[in-house]
Design a protein around this ligand. Structure first.
Ligand code: ZN
Ligand code: ZN
Length: 411
């Protein structure tokens, strides 16, 4: 018998809590979610309590309230931020609590708003939440991000359907690419994690000094720091809790050297950033820094992102995803980085993950930077992979070895 929607939703909630967050007995859990996600949040909270969670608390979000602020709040009020919110998140994270973020927003919500205000609001939020983000990026606590359909987002993907049908179709798509429809989703995830682990171990053994990319509009070389670490799928907290930060995930990734990017990269998918859609964009790098930005739409927003601070003009992540990933094969643009980044090889402007370097978490900011690690308030992924991209690894001896051909793993 095919599964009912409620059965699939239950499986998705269990997947998020057990495989994603990896909740442990006695842990506190914060769930951040849009109000439309209430049915899933209730199932996730129940799943967490059954696994022994001590307390589950929810921070609700609402696109309509975000929009109201941009439309009607005084123009000089965007430095304001609810500090209790940032402090609450930090307190739970610092004390070993877990976080599940349910990410869903209207990709066009803030499209018509002033880019200066958007950039300021983003910067203020990032600044207040930097301590929590620091802990999260160091894997100091267990956390996961999932997405659920909301009508505005579903309408973007299925513009010809009624809101109810669009939401239903998007749920099915999410279930599909998150392996919820497999006969045993948790076992399917364990197998998937094992495959990603094999790829990441291979790259870690190789210790390439640089990667070179060739594809339509892309001719690019990216240095990797000594002692970089390829990560993928699962991660462990210092106390040994295994978690999977993104459901779904298809990537293996590390940090590039912040001063060693040269050439041109062209996006292969639009980037939905801060409510603005940035399309057909290219970034030109010299010595690690963006020196030229072009885009068909959203160029001003992209420029603002690059100009956030010094590190936002440099790269903090390089990720490899085969073109045959379930998301790529769905042939859908999700207008949501959680999914779109897993369709494709990508780079990220901004902050590097400390765990992508040996002893990175213990380094001072200066030591980390000197070793090639990038720092920024921003961390924004953008897609450069396709079925036409070839990637080579450069060995210490100066030899080129094929990593991907036509967007697929060679090894
Ligand atoms: Zn990534
Ligand atoms: Zn990223």
């Amino acid at each position: 018998m095919p599964l009912t929607f409620d059965e699939k939703l239950q499986r998705f909630a269990d997947l998020a809590i057990q495989i994603g967050v990896g909740i442990q007995p006695g842990q506190t859990l914060i769930i951040r979610a849009p109000i439309e996600a209430a049915p899933l949040v209730r199932l996730a909270a129940t799943s967490a309590y059954k696994a022994g969670a001590k307390l589950v608390d929810v921070m609700w979000q609402d696109d309509a309230l975000t929009l109201a602020r941009f439309q009607y709040a005084p123009r000089d009020s965007f430095e304001a931020y609810p500090t209790w919110y940032a402090q609450g998140r930090y307190e739970v994270a610092k004390n070993g609590g877990a976080t599940l973020s349910v990410y869903a927003e209207d990709p066009d919500l803030l499209g018509g708003q002033d880019p200066d205000l958007l950039a300021l609001a983003e910067k203020v939020a990032q600044t207040h939440n930097a301590p929590t983000r620091q802990l999260g990026m160091a894997n100091a606590f267990n956390w996961a991000v999932i997405s659920v359909p909301i009508p505005s987002w579903a309408a973007k993907i299925y513009p010809d359907d009624s809101p109810a049908v669009a939401v239903e179709k998007l749920w099915e798509l999410i279930f599909q690419v998150c392996r919820v429809n497999e006969s045993d989703p948790l076992a399917a995830w364990e197998k998937h994690i094992a495959t990603l682990t094999e790829k990441k171990n291979y790259l870690n053994d190789k210790k390439y000094v640089a990667l070179s990319y060739r594809g339509p509009g892309t001719d690019f070389t990216l240095g990797l720091p000594e002692n970089h670490i390829w990560n993928g799928a699962d991660a462990d907290t210092p106390s040994g809790i295994r978690f999977i930060a993104n459901i779904p995930t298809e990537e293996v990734f590390t940090m590039p050297h912040k001063d060693k990017a040269d050439g041109v990269v062209t996006s292969t998918k639009p980037l939905s950033y801060n409510g603005t859609l940035i399309t057909n964009f290219s970034l030109t790098f010299e010595g690690g820094r963006v020196v030229k930005v072009t885009a068909d739409t959203g160029e001003a927003t992209l420029r603002k992102l690059v100009e956030t601070d010094d590190g936002s003009a440099r790269l903090g992540e390089v990720a490899l995803v085969p073109h045959s990933s379930p998301i790529s094969q769905s042939n859908k643009l999700f207008y949501n980085t959680l999914f779109d980044e897993n369709a494709s090889c990508h780079l990220a402007l901004g902050k590097a993950y400390r765990f992508c370097m040996v002893n990175g978490a213990e380094m001072s900011n200066e030591t980390f930077a000197a070793a090639g690690g990038n720092d920024s308030l921003a961390h924004v992924d953008f897609m450069i992979g396709s079925g036409e991209i070839d990637i080579d690894g450069l060995t210490r001896a100066g030899e080129k070895e094929a990593i991907m051909r036509g967007g697929e793993w060679v090894f």
